[in-house]
Design a protein around this ligand. Structure first.
Ligand SMILES: [Zn+2]
Length: 105
């Protein structure tokens, strides 16, 4: 089977689903610093049983500026993304994250 590598549309779903972990790549709106974040489904998602969903609330502060990046997302019980929002930063693709390091070389 041949897998064609397709570019992910992070404006629709910024989360890379890797079994037990969700991976996020983001960029600070203030200074352009890039972040990679591994979110463990079992421990870092809040199980909201009353509403039958998982909720993620995360805050990132980089090493280059004091800007806070806030990420909030809601998932269905099967970890399908329902909604998400970000403030102070922008979601980027894995490729964009990796490219930002290659430029510096
Ligand atoms: Zn920053």
């Amino acid at each position: 089977m041949i897998f064609k590598k397709r570019k992910k549309d992070v404006s629709k779903n910024p989360f890379y689903d890797e079994r037990d972990t969700l991976v996020l790549y983001l960029r600070c709106d203030k200074c352009g610093e890039v972040f990679m974040s591994h979110i463990r489904k079992m421990t870092e998602l809040f199980a909201d049983y009353q509403n039958n969903r998982y909720v993620l609330n995360k805050e990132y502060i980089g090493s280059q500026c004091p800007n806070r990046i806030q990420v909030r997302a809601v998932f269905k019980p099967n970890y399908r993304l329902e909604s998400f929002e970000i403030s102070g930063g922008t979601f980027i693709t894995r490729e964009e994250y990796e490219e930002s390091f290659e430029k510096g070389r």
